[in-house]
Design a protein around this ligand. Sequence first.
Ligand SMILES: [Zn+2]
Length: 450
Amino acid sequence: MIDHADDYIDFLNEAVTPFHAVAELKRRFGAEGFSLMNTSSDWKVHGGDRLMIESADGRSLIAIVVGEECPAHGGYSIIGSHTDSPDLRLKPVPVSEKGGVTRLHTQFHGGLIYRSWLDRPLDLGGCLYHIVRDDDGRPKYSVDSELPEIKATVVRAGQPVGLIPDIAIHLDREKNDKGEINPEKWLNAVLGTGSPDEVMPKLSELLGHDLEKADGFHLHLFPHQPALRVGIDRSIILGPRHDDLAMVYASAQALVESLKKRSERRRTRVAVFFDAEEVGSMTSSGAHSGFLRDNLLRLTRSHQAFVREEMDPEQAFVESFVISADMVHAVHPNHPEKHEERHAPKINEGLVIKTNANERYATTGETGAMFRAICERANVPVQGFVIRQDMRCGSTIGPMTSALLGARTVDVGIPMWGMHSTGESVGAQDLGRAVAAFAEHFCGRPEASL
Ligand SMILES: [Zn+2]
C-alpha cells in the first residue's frame, strides 16, 4: 500500500478553509489536465474529458472524468466528501479593544470542541469581497447579468496572528471539575497588544488587502501548527480538519490515480467536495442543494453520445453508485465503553462501513456488500460501525445525496479520535487504504474493455 501521509499533510496544511481546499484541489487537478467548466455557457463534453465545476460561492467543487458512454447508459461512479470543518469565523463587526489588547470576536461553525481552541497559535484566512467600481467610483454592474460586480479574493495571513488564552487555574479553581466554556465570552481571540489602529494595519499587510476597505468577508481562524506524524512507529497523523479533509484528499488522489491505471472507461467518474456538511448542508452548494444533481443532469445532456429522443438524463442515477466518505469514531483506548464492542472500529485496521436503522447513514445491505466487493478487489480490510443504542447517531452527506439522486449509496470512512478537536488523529495506513479502495471504485473492472 502506498504511503500517502506526507502528501496528505501538505494538502491539509494548504486546505485551511473551504475556500483554500477548493483552491488547492483546483491546483492539483489542474496539474493533471483538468479544466474548469464555464457554468454560464452551453456545454459539449466528450469521453476522456477531465473537468471541474466550481460552485458560485467558491466553497464546493466537482471533478469529473467523462466516460466514453453517455452517463444515461453508462452511469456515474461517485465519491462525495466535505470541505468544511468546525471552526471559528469572524463576526461581521469583529474588532474591539479590551485590557490593552485588540480582540477579534468570533462565531462558531459546527460542533467544535471549544477547549481545543485555547492556547493555540492561530492563523487567519478566507475570502474578501470588493465592489468593482467605475472611473467615477460608483458600483459597476455586469453588462451580461446586470448584477453588481463583486471581486472575490482568497487570502491567508500565513503566520500565527493570534491566540485564545485560557484562564489560570488560580483564577478558576473549579475548571478541572466543571470547565464550562461559554463561546460568546471565551472564544474571542487576541490579535496583539495595542489599539486596533496599531494592530489592524499589520494584519491587512499580511493579508495583502486593507480589511477596512473590504465590502464583505468570510474570515476563519484556524490552528497555525502544521499536522504531523506521531507515535513511535509514526503511524498516526495528528492535526486539524481530518474530518473531512482526509476523505477529500483520498477521493481526489484516487481519481487521479485511477487515470494512471485506466485512462478510458465507459462510466463517468465523479469526485464531489461539498461545503457546509457540519451545519446541515443547506447552502447553494451543499449536499442538500441541486449543485451535484443539476450539474450531472447537465453533463449527461451535453455528452457527445446523448440522444435526446432516446435517452432520459435521470436514467444515469439508476446506473450509478455513490460512496459517501466521511470520518468515523474509532474506539478510544481510554473510553472503550463509548462503543458497542462488536462495532468498534480500530485505528489502522481498515475502512469502516457505517449503518443506522434510522437511516442517518445511507448504507443498505446491498450497498454495504458492494463496497465490501470493491475493498476485496483493492485488498483493503473492512470494519463496521453502528452507534450504541443509548447514544445519538451523527449523520453526513450520504442520506441527502442518496435521496436527491435516487442512487445506491454507501456511507464509509476511516476511524479517528477526537473528532472536531483542533488536534484530531487518523491512521496513516487507513488513509492509504482509502485511496486504494476509492481508486478501485473509480477504475471499475480493470480487465474490462470499453
Ligand atoms: Zn464529517
